[in-house]
Design a binder for this molecule. Sequence first.
Ligand SMILES: [Mg+2]
Length: 364
Amino acid sequence: MIIHIDMDAFFASIEQVINPRLKGRPLIVGSRAHKMRTVVCAASYEAKALGIHSGMPSEDAFGICPNLEFVAADQAKYIWTSEQIFELLKGWGFVLNYASIDEFQMDILEHPEPLKLVAQIQEQIYANFNITASVGIAKNWLLAKLASKINKPNSVTLINEANFKDILSATPLTKACGMAGKTGQVLMAQGLKTCWDLYLNLPGFFAENPGKFEDIPEKSKSIGHSYTLPRAQTNPRFISAWIRVLSEMVGERLRQKNLVAKTIQLWLNIPEKGDFLAQKTFAIAANDSYEIYLRTLKIMTGMAQKRPKIRALGVTASHLSPQEYLPLLIEEKRREALVKAIDKINCRFGDNSIFPAQVILTRK
Ligand SMILES: [Mg+2]
């Protein structure tokens, strides 16, 4: 069993603990110091209640609430707190992974009383840091992550066989990881409204190994995702947008597992011609989604199919090795935190920030 621990309004909550004057106040944390010329990267629950949310220009936020409190983001502070929480959670003795700067995943195996355990973890976090976390419990990380987001803040949500259909039916598709933005909109335009619709149409999405999005079997230690289009498509921009989506998913999972990949493989199903598979091994291993996308496009160009009519496609990374890079310097930590923050933004707020123009093209 997996538990997904997601800190509530993490950056804003930390600022409110450090400066008690901000406690109970609508507060935004801006990505840059100029309070009128930045973007909200975190909003306190008091600000959220007014309709202020992450990703919003700060000017708009001040338009809603002129008395808004403002703090410029201080990554070092958040990373430090995140590391302290990680250390604390490690004490439980279960396998623990970072999902992002403020999200942690713990494999609690067949723990007999998961709800009791989670209550203890939440109490421990609050006792040590004065901030709250929402926790999801489920059989795999994707469902656990979804569960953690359903009743925020300071919540516990368990998804099991008995309530799986009810919970997914009551949860909008846009709550699922990676579905908050344009990808979700593409699927909603195809008539998928809830997570249950997503499950019925793409059963692999919530499966143990997500992937239809299907998980391409991890036979030889690879990580891959594929997608079957509702109908065959020739538009190269549409195809490359889906390659981008799949590259994002592959990159995110590589980073989650702290892996880098040297080999990228592209699989295309062309109804009239069959399956095409091509791969390329690169000198430098990568787990950056954009790099994976560029490499996949390179492979696609090499396949020399002229406007193929594609029904399904897949991107797989293999030749995996641990990411040995240990960020020691503050600057390097900040860079890593940035990538983690991008992952977080992607999962929570959608894909706008990552592939703005491109995915809009898929809607044509
Ligand atoms: Mg959070």
